[in-house]
Design a protein. Structure first.
Length: 130
């Protein structure tokens, strides 16, 4: 268990966090600020992080199905909330030109915490209902 998440979900977040740290380090040395290659690297890293977060969300829905009293709709809404946080963090960094702050790393960490918090909450609700 990592932040209350099973390893099969947490591994996606750990890899996404490592990629986000790498992207933010490249931002600090201005490699991703270069015209052309910087845009391609930024899109590549952000896309890869999105795919990993998406897979973690899908794994959470699959692994949690039938184990808690939370409906699939509620699970999907929680997933959409995490996607909104990711989109907000990425847009803030890219459009406002604040790529020297580690927004991508902080965004992934917040999403990981949100998923762990909802997982723990669902587990607690299941135990209280039993």
């Amino acid at each position: 268990m990592f932040l209350g998440l099973p390893f099969s979900i947490a591994i996606f977040y750990i890899v996404a966090l490592a990629i986000a740290i790498l992207k933010d380090l490249l931002d600090l040395v201005f490699i991703t600020s270069l015209p052309g290659i910087g845009s391609i690297l930024t899109l590549l890293f952000s896309g890869l992080i999105f795919i990993l977060i998406f897979l973690a969300g899908i794994m959470g829905i699959i692994l949690g199905k039938g184990k808690t009293k939370i409906s699939s709709t509620m699970r999907f809404l929680r997933f959409l909330k995490r996607f909104g946080v990711f989109l907000g963090g990425t847009v803030t960094e890219e459009l406002l030109g604040l790529n020297f702050f580690p927004f991508e790393t902080v965004t992934v960490a917040i999403i990981m915490w949100m998923h762990g918090h909802s997982y723990k909450k669902a587990k607690k609700e299941k135990n209280q209902g039993s």
